[in-house]
Structure formats: structure tokens, C-alpha cells
Write a protein that binds this ligand. Structure first.
Ligand SMILES: *Cc1c(COP(=O)(O)O)cnc(C)c1O
Length: 376
């Protein structure tokens, strides 16, 4: 028997979460008499750890997929995805342009070097492009000062038949926690892109789930939103659980109890004796450790569900095992089912919060050694 750890990916949950986003976009658009934004379902990092193939199957209702790894884009095409694919970092060297053409990939254009590569490219199958403006994230994108000139070069490439559609893009730094900063970024975007033609793409999950943000552009603007994390059932907001947003966990990480110990009061548990039993306790050893992607920094008290009962981590997470309190889970013993996060257990966001990180990191870090099954 293999080690009893596994992750299961729920295609119905992925579909449900996409539908939650689409329904919200549609209903607010109707009130505002606008065409609902199109959705780039973000599937970077192996679909946030859920598997590119699963994402291609589950997100068939999305208008496009967005990612940044060429190999993943090729996998999407090979899996039959024929709608648009946006590469969020664009191409990295001239040779990539041929691959972008072969696989009909949309590119982000965020720096002069990319425009120069396009300038040197022979006309061919035109690439669609979004020219990215840095409005305050200070990650990728042209400065407001250089933006119009960059856009003109993109339009020139369009006239030469090197580019097809040319549109505008930016990325919010604080759409999860600051209206003021987000509004400032949007006003800068408006100012710098005024009079430039083409579709617009602004919103990640937090902004997509905050209707007023995507309703800032005028109703006749063709708009594409770029939700990622919410599609996987994790909340983009620090203070709003995914469940309250109507989202369902798409990944469930399960294991079993493989050992049980009776610990006397005052005895330590695990490496460094980071937990000292305050009273006589029964603890269970779970086949799941940091080499499976469980966060090593998860402290005492991190929620874990054993045999349907909420309990908690005691002691340090080790490479292949972690230890949980079974004192109040009387019926639990070797072979009892454990949910580390997901359906029937704590949310990935609760575990992440306890460990001082975010759900994104835990989902992406699921280790290759964990067998994955898919529910359809
Ligand atoms: C990752 C990413 C997204 C999606 O972000 P979420 O917070 O997961 O919704 C959108 N746009 C860009 C440019 C990204 O890099």
C-alpha cells in the first residue's frame, strides 16, 4: 500500500467557482447595461497546484486562460484549448515569438526590449498583445511617462502585421485591502491610456469580486478580468472567508493516522519538543509533512480535522509526518482519516493564516510526491 496521503481535485468545485465569478459579472453588468467582462481564468503555476489538464477541463466556460510558462501554454493547446491564451510576462527572447505565433498566444508587452524584439520580427501570424502600464505595483509595466510612446510602437507593429489586437493592461497592488490605493491606480490608468484604442484588463480575483472596480471603466469598454485564486476556492481577501463568497475548495489534502502515542503531562512532542503536554494526552501521527507541501511553519494549534472532528497540530511539522491532538477524538486510531485542508476539513486559508502565509502558497506548493486524484 502506498503511503496514505493524497490530494483530490474537484472539477465540479472549479466549475462552480468560475460560475460564481461569471454570475456576479453578469448580474452587475445587467444593472449597468454593459456587456459583462470576459474572463481570463488564471492557471499559472500548474493551475495553482491543481493541474493544467484539470483547469482546461473545468474552465471551458472561460473566454481565455492566462499563465506565464510556455510549456504550460503548449499543454493547454495540446489538451484542446482553442480559445485565447494570455502570457502574463510575455516573451523573453526573439525565438519565443515563433512559438507564440505557432500556438496563437496573446502576449503582455511590458518593456521596451519586447517592443524592440517585435520591431525586428518579420511579419507573420499576428500576435494579440496587451501593453502593460505600471500604475503603482512597481512590478511589470511601462511608466505612465513612457506608455503612450510604447503604445504607438505597438500600433506600428500592428500596421506591419506583426501584432493583431492591441489592448491595455495594469495590475492592482492592493485591491484586497485598499480602495484609495486602487482608485489612485485606476485614475493613473485612465489618464495614461485616454484616447488609446483597444480592450482593457485590470482586475485580479480581489478586484473581480469587487464590482465597483471593474465598473470603473466606461460601460462600452471591452474588458477582460483575470481571476486566479478565487477559482480554486481560496479567498483573495484577508478578512473574508472563501465560504462567505460562495466559493468551494477545489483541492482537498487527505491522509491518515499512522501512529498513536500516550504522552504524560510535562513530556515534549516532536523535534525540539516544541510542544509540551500540559496534561496527559493522546496524540496521533499523520502521514503528511513539509516534503508533501504542508507548511513547516504551521504552529501548535493549526487546525486539522481527524475523523470528522476539528482538532489541532501539536509540535513541529517534520518532513514526512506531523502530530495532532487526539485527546478529544476518542474513537480515532490508526487508519482514521485526516483532512489537512479542503472539503471536510479546515480551509486552506485557515491553515495558511495559522502558518503566517496565504492560501496561494500552500496550493502551489503541493509536492509532486503526493498522488492526485480527480473527481468529475
Ligand atoms: C497571478 C495574476 C493574476 C491572478 O491573481 P489572483 O490574485 O490569483 O486572482 C492576475 N493578473 C496577473 C498579472 C497575475 O500575475
Amino acid at each position: 500500500m502506498p503511503r496514505p496521503i493524497s490530494a483530490s481535485i474537484s472539477l465540479p468545485s472549479l466549475k462552480h467557482n468560475l460560475a460564481v465569478v461569471a454570475t456576479q459579472l453578469n448580474s452587475f453588468s445587467q444593472q449597468d447595461s454593459r456587456v459583462a467582462p470576459h474572463i481570463w481564468a488564471v492557471v499559472k503555476a500548474n493551475a495553482y497546484g491543481h493541474g493544467i489538464h484539470n483547469a482546461v477541463r473545468a474552465f471551458e466556460q472561460a473566454q481565455g486562460l492566462a499563465m506565464l510558462d510556455l510549456d504550460e501554454a503548449v499543454k493547454c493547446r495540446e489538451a484542446g484549448w482553442s480559445k485565447p491564451i494570455l502570457m502574463l510576462e510575455g516573451f523573453f527572447e526573439p525565438a519565443d515569438i515563433a512559438v507564440f505565433r505557432d500556438y496563437s498566444l496573446w502576449t503582455t508587452l511590458h518593456c521596451q526590449e519586447q517592443l524592440d524584439m517585435l520591431g525586428a520580427a518579420q511579419p507573420g501570424q499576428p500576435l494579440h498583445a496587451l501593453v502593460k502600464l505600471n500604475t503603482g505595483m512597481n512590478r511589470l509595466g511601462f511608466s505612465a511617462q513612457n506608455y503612450a510612446a510604447a503604445y504607438r510602437q505597438a500600433l506600428e507593429a500592428q500596421r506591419r502585421g506583426v501584432l493583431g489586437t492591441v489592448g491595455k493592461m495594469t495590475h492592482f497592488a492592493r485591491s484586497d485591502d485598499s480602495v484609495d490605493v486602487t482608485q489612485e491606480q485606476f485614475l493613473l490608468f485612465q489618464e495614461a491610456t485616454r484616447h488609446l484604442p483597444g480592450p482593457v484588463s485590470l482586475c485580479n480575483s480581489a478586484a473581480t469580486l469587487t464590482p465597483r472596480y471593474w465598473m470603473w471603466p466606461s460601460p462600452d469598454t471591452e474588458q477582460w478580468v483575470r481571476p486566479g485564486i478565487c477559482l480554486y476556492g481560496s479567498s483573495p481577501f484577508p478578512n473574508q472567508p472563501a465560504h462567505d463568497l460562495g466559493l468551494r475548495p477545489a483541492m482537498t489534502l487527505r491522509s491518515q493516522i499512522i501512529g498513536v502515542q500516550e504522552v504524560a503531562a510535562g513530556q515534549g512532542v516532536g523535534y525540539g519538543h516544541a510542544f509540551i503536554a500540559p496534561k496527559p494526552m493522546r496524540v496521533g501521527v499523520v502521514a503528511c509533512g513539509y516534503a508533501d507541501g504542508y507548511p513547516r511553519h504551521a504552529p501548535n494549534g493549526t487546525p486539522v480535522t481527524v475523523d470528522g472532528h476539528a482538532t489541532q497540530l501539536v509540535g513541529r511539522v517534520s518532513m514526512d509526518m506531523l502530530i495532532v491532538d487526539l485527546t478529544s477524538v476518542l474513537q480515532a486510531g490508526i487508519g482514521s482519516p485526516v483532512v489537512l485542508w479542503g472539503h471536510g476539513g479546515p480551509s486552506v486559508d485557515q491553515v495558511a493564516h495559522a502558518a503566517g502565509t496565504i492560501g496561494y502558497e500552500l496550493l502551489c506548493a503541493l509536492a509532486p510526491r503526493v498522488p492526485v486524484s480527480v473527481t468529475v
